[in-house]
Design a protein around this ligand. Sequence first.
Ligand code: GTR
Length: 433
Amino acid sequence: MNSRSVCLLVWTGWLGCFCLGAWAAQTPRTVPINDVEESVPPYSLPEVLTLRNGQRVTSAQHWPRRRAELVHLFEDHVYGRIPSGLPRQPGWVVETRRDAFGGKAIRQRIQIPLTRGPNPILLDLLVYRPSQATKPVPVFLGLNFDGNHTVTHEADVPLARGWVANRPRSSVTNHIANEASRGTDAEAWPIDRILERGYGLATAYYGDAEADFDGGWKQGLRGTVAPQGADHHFEPSDWGSIAAWSWALSRALDQLSLDPAIDAQKVALLGHSRLGKTALWAGARDPRFAMVIANESGEGGAALARRFFGETTLRINTSFPHWFNGRFKDYNHRIADLPVDQHELVALIAPRPVYIASAEQDRWADPKGEYLSGWHASKVYRLLGKEGLPGPDLPAVNRSVGESVGYHIRSGPHALTEVDWEFYLKYADRHLR
Ligand code: GTR
């Protein structure tokens, strides 16, 4: 080896160390995290019933003003503003099957154009409703993580078209959906049981609207509607992907409203994890959703941002910078200055029923912070003549508590399970029947 190559080797070595160091400085692993209840520092929450100008909201008539203020604050500081003038176009039924689930269900596949033009972004809505129903049915609506073909074992539901996440469970390794992933998420969507209980189910793949990676927006909804397309420069209050997915949910509701066999006044929005965050924001923005269920929605969902436990604002903004708007990053190191906290997001759903759920082992999502959000939002429910959660203490596991704010903490890990669904079906029976 000559002296030039030794020199080059040393230099690349140093460069390597430097790059690795810079990477380590940015990697989420270096972000401080707390997992010990006794180490949660004191915090104080913004007062949900006080306007920014200090005025108190003391009657139900004055709540809409505070509600509007909170929606704007969440748009400006957290999820971002959805551009005005986006199209709201009806979809078309691609296929109807009257013999789905052994004749128990009528299944429809509907395509909803989310953008204008000859090649619009299409949301594929998969809808099941009980075939024996004698009147319009209430429906659960939820986005799914890996494609419509993963929520069912039926062989004729087409594979998701666009980018999908690589997952060992679905044996996807190249971001392209494959047959091996069919039905891999069916446990999270007990369609049979939902139908038996007299409900319909509508679901769509969230990646249809926009792929879930930083940069996914370029080919997705946000890039397509931006005047500069993929060269768009985001302003701090521009929308993030959670807002884009929530927009798609509202378009799905438009579509369900066109079907006389569906009771569009009784659509319960449901989402798990990041899609639980999305469900909360969609339900907060769009008062047509009759009920919202946030399964283990965690940070940026139901969990209080100011409670230093599990995932933090800094961490989520580092791992998933595209989920929220640019301004939300300003609070990475000063969360106490954020003009809202997540109990106010839950309160935006009032007086409609909202259900928050946690899992005992899902400490990352901060079960207690999720519960407390519901508890602090209950104040608004009471003002509007409804009952919320019974008190500030986390209930025992596997027990459902609360009225118009419902809650359970299930034993086990982060997941949407049949146990969760049983609670949701009972809750829907109470509030939507
Ligand atoms: C995690 C993220 C959570 C939650 C979850 C999910 O990695 O930190 O906020 O959204 O993903 O959506 O599965």
